[in-house]
Design a protein. Structure first.
Lengths: 344, 289, 344, 289
């Protein structure tokens, strides 16, 4: 992992240098047959301390970079570790097969589940094939078709979110990208089977929530979940795209923020230095979190589950109700503002 | 509040005055159409429901103006007027903007909900004003959800006029969640076999278009209204260059199967009444089952 | 109606000549003010006798020509007479608005109904706009969307069939014309509201049945209902397109055939000489037939209605069950043919 | 009848012989692939489930061959074998053609239905032979409907292999009605939360494709299979000239979202078993409700 590598973020450079030193010594060990394991162990300790040091000071913008890290494991990388017997199913039965949205049936330990998720591409060719993880209406409709199969056969749904945004090109608009996202949220809100969503990387706005109206929403430590990309928000709101770092902070898009704001149920810790440093371990953490939540959800009768899902999303948002502070009048003419917050 | 009360109120009068200072020519009696440049007699324009008599341009309406031309006279009762916006993320400048738009509109936030009658049918009604770009934050979403919940419990149709630039960025992820919240509220209302009629007005985009605005049993739109997923500036960011001339208009959406009809403003109320008659009229096909 | 008119069929020419004579005398009457009403009445009697004579000998192929008659009233011509307060609704909410399939809400006397039907075009421009009455998947999906609105609000569905066939172009195929027709039949078979279909003109194969799985299927006297156009069948089966007249007879596509084969419930008599000679009267006949059947259907509880609809289509077809003629054997090696027909 | 019995029967033996006289080279030991012209050792071809080992060309199978490679050995029990075709319209030449195909196939009509086990899962199974072009008339449709009804009453999945030129013209409008009849039978099976798996094989077109063949919860297809609405000759009649190279193939249908996967013949049975495990496996998500 040489430090000139474009897949190394600026703040990762000290880590990459230590990695490189360790790798060199390992190579020498092999070539020369000299035992230098103590030296390696010391360097590894240094490196891990460096990671901890660096990661304790990450800014929200650094989290954005991690969520979009070119080496970050993508949806199908997780699928390979978490599920067995994955049978990918294609198509929306209406128009096409969207390669930015994948899904199918699989087993998870003893369970049969339906899986759907956004898929980004690793190299340029695959990125284009996957439309950079930006699904069109066909993708959302494929996802809904598969979720309805899950409901028909009473199997839980697992969704993996990793998208910069839904596609907003002319043809996505022409086939109703708004309708497809709205319909998914509506139908997921009453789907008669447990749903768990995991935000793996980028939780990009409507593109993300279109498959994330779930009983449990889990979020990777270094994932982001945002109503708009910070760059876009800076450009629109402050008409100054260079302010994206400030905007990343203002929008509160990190996993800690989402947990605090009540938008996700749990943050899944990533391996030291981020999921890309140990994709297998990251996937195992996701797997055990899913299994733990599934066990809870399976005990709840379906109608109760669906009602709880409604209440969960119903209660999101922060506002104040000044009519509760004094006797209600039919016609409030000039409401008095009161400043204490109340959560609905 | 009632529509009459609003129009009589200080803010209502101010708002009318502000509008005239924008649209009207110096003498105040005449207004220049921003689309065809025709000089229109202001009183005639009001009588014509603020539609240019020459080119058909539909001026934007305030929430209260919309209510006034839509409901049976004197039947609107606002609900949930006490919900007010706070600044949950401590987002820079948010309070100042809210205060500015409160003064401008006389509203606590962009969404006004209430109970009314249209053509004698009791309905739940939602209308939007141009408050923070018509954007949906927590108060907006909460009002929509409460409207649908009240309508569900009282077995009422919902009629919704949308006008929005999308989710409100200043409330971050909480605004995104209003999309799920409103869609879920529509789901429960719909499962109760109750009708939901949407009228998309200029502009209806992004988070609002991609949630409750696209979920009507009946979806109508005003002519020429901007309607679409990507807000204009987001689309510009995404570098969308080659687009059809009518991209993201009501006409584009009709052509692509997303809306039922385009209705000139004068036809909206009569059509809503026909639809309410269809859905709620007494003659049923079968009392059995 | 001069006899050189291309809108006059060959066998209609004697009728057209008498019409022309009558029209001339009427013009003279007006111009000259001479009362020639007796002469006119006599000619009209002659003409009506001629029509009766001609129509008593129509061949199946003549019925095909009548069903496709350029002056035949089309779906919206019926709609204007039969329904009030028609509000056309557009779009499938998925892809587009198909102009070959129209529909909306309307009132029929005191009732609120949903109407859908295929629409042909009268002149070349409208024909192209209506794609010659051949709907694409978008049309079938629009129809289903409207029928589901009817079910939601417990209103009956009236469908008008008039199509040569469903569209089979590359883009119809690409958007799943087969799927859309199959889905409509499936969902109509369990739709929780009364359905009445009227075959107005051409009942063209899958294109027709895609909106005609109804509790009552009515058929205009001069309409046809066929699995394939006679011309196509002659070309495919006999490799001789010139045999279309024989094929029209062999396929048994007239209203009398359909009634006898149990495929339609009632034949609606057309005005003397065909619906195009008096579209208003034809529409009134359709209206009263619909009302009569609606009154019957409204008395049936929904579940019974849906069960009866299933049984109705379930029982269509003619075959023989030789296992019923002798004790059943698990492994019949060489079945013996028996020639008497039995209806399932 | 069982598969073994058929292969041992006179007709079964004849059919095998006929096939060899068509495909095989004079010595009978070798067969020439119709697609790539490779000379294949006939026994190897059989072992390879009649798929060309060089180019992957999938030969058409008889109904009994399909049953043999699909079900758990010895588990297939045919039902409704007593339904035979008559000539309801007195259509010219129909009886003669039926008799010809009866002799050719040893079947009463093209659709063979029965009960079987696949991967230990009891299922209702339908397979089609090339009888009157695989066309669907009254017997064919009736057998499909009875299969779905039996499966619904016994709570069994249905697995269906389709191969058809469409509705049978010789039974006229009655054949068209089989489309509605089979679709309605699928509806009731589906409402009972039972799975329906379709495998489209070469060719599946017209009336069969536009009815029960397109209604599976899971729809698979063999590589290169011709699949579409308009039969080739109908399409020719309609003057379709400009078409993509893969028009109406399994690959075209996959690209356009109409099928779940293309499965080489060897993967069909294992995939069906995985799907049956998914739908019918004992581990359920919730015993509540
Ligand atoms: Zn103007
Ligand atoms: Zn080959």
């Amino acid at each position: 992992m040489p430090s000139k590598d474009w897949t190394v973020l600026d703040f990762e450079k000290p880590i990459a240098e230590l990695d490189e030193q360790i790798a060199q010594i390992r190579r020498l060990t092999q070539e020369q047959g000299i035992d230098r394991s103590e030296e390696i162990a010391a360097l590894e300790r240094d490196r891990d301390r460096a990671i901890e040091e660096i990661f304790s000071k990450l800014t929200p913008w650094d989290r954005v970079l991690l969520a979009r890290h070119p080496k970050r494991p993508y949806t199908l990388d997780y699928v390979r570790v978490i599920f067995d017997d994955y049978v990918e199913l294609h198509g929306d039965r209406l128009y096409g097969d969207d390669h930015a949205m994948v899904g199918g049936i699989a087993t998870l330990e003893n369970r049969h589940v339906v899986f759907v998720g956004q898929q980004k591409g690793r190299d340029l060719k695959e990125r284009q094939y996957r439309n950079f993880g930006m699904a069109k209406p066909d993708g959302y409709r494929k996802a809904l078709r598969l979720m309805k199969l899950a409901e028909k056969f009473r199997r839980p749904v697992i969704t993996f979110v990793d998208t910069p945004a839904a596609d907003c090109s002319v043809d996505a608009e022409a086939r109703g990208i708004s309708e497809s996202i709205a319909r998914n949220m509506m139908d997921m809100s009453i789907l008669g089977t447990p749903i768990i969503s995991v935000i793996l990387g980028e939780g990009g706005s409507g593109g993300a929530i279109g498959i994330a109206v779930a009983d449990r929403v889990l979020m990777m430590e270094n994932a982001i979940y945002s109503v708009i990309p910070p760059e876009g928000c800076a450009a629109i709101l402050w008409r100054d795209p260079s302010k994206y770092k400030e905007m990343a902070a203002a929008l509160r898009i990190t996993s800690a923020d989402a947990l605090e704001l009540g938008v996700v149920d749990e943050v899944i810790k990533e391996p030291l230095g981020g999921a890309h440093r140990s994709p297998e371990a990251a996937a195992q953490s996701v797997k055990s979190a899913i299994l733990r939540h599934l066990e809870e959800l399976e005990k709840i009768p379906i109608q109760k589950l669906v009602d709880a899902r409604y209440k969960k999303f119903r209660s999101m948002g922060v506002f104040e109700d000044i009519s509760k502070k004094k006797p209600h009048k039919e016609e409030l003419s000039e409401p008095e503002a009161q400043e204490d917050q109340c959560e609905a | 509040m009632s529509a009459a009360a609003w129009f009589k109120s200080r803010v209502g009068a101010d708002r009318q005055a502000v509008r005239q200072s924008v649209d009207a020519l110096p003498d105040g009696l005449w207004t220049k159409c921003p689309k065809c440049n025709e000089i229109l007699f202001s009183k005639e324009l009001e009588k014509n429901l603020r539609v240019c008599s020459k080119c058909g341009y539909h001026y934007r309406l305030t929430a209260w103006e919309r209510i006034q031309i839509t409901v049976d006279e004197g039947t609107f009762k606002e609900i949930e007027a006490g919900l007010v916006t706070v600044n949950p993320l401590n987002f820079p400048d948010y309070e100042a903007k809210i205060e500015r738009d409160k003064l401008k509109t006389g509203l606590n936030d962009g969404m006004v909900v209430g109970l009314a009658e249209i053509g004698g049918h009791p309905v739940g009604l939602g209308v939007t004003d141009w408050f923070m770009g018509g954007s949906m934050g927590s108060v907006y979403g909460e009002k929509v959800a409460r409207l649908f919940e009240l309508a569900t419990s009282r077995k009422l149709p919902v009629v919704m006029f949308t006008m929005s630039g999308g989710a409100r960025m200043q409330e971050g992820i909480l605004s995104l969640m209003q999309m799920a919240k409103t869609a879920a509220a529509v789901a429960r209302h719909s499962k109760a076999h109750l009708p939901y009629i949407v009228v998309l007005t200029d502009p209806t985009t992004a988070g609002v278009h991609a949630s409750f605005a696209s979920l009507g049993d009946f979806i109508f739109a005003e002519p020429g209204a901007l309607i679409g997923f990507a807000g204009a500036r987001v689309a510009a960011q995404a570098g969308l260059i080659e687009r059809p001339a009518n991209f993201q208009t009501a006409e584009f959406q009709l052509e692509h199967g997303m809306i039922d009809r385009i209705l000139p403003r004068r036809e909206i109320k009569p059509t809503i009444i026909k639809v309410l008659d269809f859905c709620m009229g007494k003659e049923v096909t079968s009392d059995a089952e």
